[in-house]
Design a protein around this ligand. Sequence first.
Ligand SMILES: *Cc1c(COP(=O)(O)O)cnc(C)c1O
Length: 452
Amino acid sequence: MDKKQYERPMIKPLNTGLMNKFGTKTEYTPKTHIDGNRVSDLLEEYGSPLFVLSERKIRENIRSAKRIFETRYPKVQFAWSYKTNYLNAVCNIFHQEGSWGEVVSMFEYEKAMKNGVPTDKILFNGPDKTDEDLIVAINNNSPIHIDHLDELYRLTELAKEMHKKPRVAIRVNMDTGIHPMWDRFGFNYENGQAWEAINKIMASETLDLIGLHCHIGTYMLMASAYGVAASKMADLALSIKKRYDKTITYIDMGGGFASKNTLKGAYQPGTDTVPEIHEYAEAITTALLNAGFENDDLPYLYLETGRALIDDAGFLLGSVISNKRLSDGRRATIMDFGVNILFTAFWYNHKISPAQEFSHHTEDTVMYGPLCMNIDVIRENVTMPPLNKGDNVVVHYVGAYNITQSMQFISLRPAVVLIDTKDTPHIIKNKETLEDVEVKEVKPEYLSTFEL
Ligand SMILES: *Cc1c(COP(=O)(O)O)cnc(C)c1O
């Protein structure tokens, strides 16, 4: 019998389907403080509900992600995905940590510019760029990531009219083994569209192809998909070098790393099952380093990761309005925050912790928001200790997308507080007022009076 080959032991995070060593009921510990500030004090000071962001956690996240990538690859540049959370205070923390800006509309572009990001460090993504937008981006020398052929042709025309050579990349979509495939943005790799677009750009001589961009999906649970994507991107870059002797400056791998939230229908909490950033980093950097670039030609690796850097730095604090029994006997608890400000409740089972000590008695509970509509459900089923009217809770991992996607529906949106690295809270967005909401309304004179 042959001697078996030695395999070194490995330590890996727990996989889907395995038990967390603490069991599944992670809601059971109270969360009384956030970065040294008592939850009930914050609610008293700034009103309930309230978004709270931890500056310490944000900085830890981006520093850790940078370190992880930079130890594996020599040329790394992060760009903050504005749509994930574009409160200016948040963006500026990322800019202070060295991140450029990544925007998907002129509104976001202007925000990044106003925050002081040099325009050649604003990556302009998205399918909706008007002529006016393109002209601004061309004049500002911003990297424009082309989404479709109409944009490519329009950009070529504008470049000729303006006697400029815009710096462009194309967005590439591809099969990474993950389905459904995200193929609505950019040019497909497998069917040759991406290569055709590259040939068109190179033939036109009016556009300067400086990079390749992809964003293969969001909340991606398989790090290996990024290895596949990075190989395909590298293959395009090497083909450009071979056919045109042109070295592109960067490969932008987009975002999509999963945050610690638990998807609805998942067996185990996201904290136990989602890949760690180093797993994504390993997949991407290994693929790039193995692709066959000459050392001088090694492209920059750009990353636009959003949710994985901010979700766990954000908390939604709220209070119980009331408890009731449903007709089937289940307990229902009505909170003072709804899905209009917690949009991600539609696809995540958010972890929710009571903010005060409690006894060991627990009960399955439906948690509703305060909106007068049936879909306003925060958790369909959560094991909670009995909460009384006025008790406080903390909803975890809400830093990504909830603030940018929030709706002013039925009620006014809450304030946002940032707790700095010395544990001092700062208001970074004031509570909405009736005046804010009505500021754009116009009431025609003839409708201004009535008799009842
Ligand atoms: C939304 C978006 C990101 C960020 O995605 P996350 O899933 O939050 O990491 C990055 N790049 C592009 C082009 C995007 O549209």
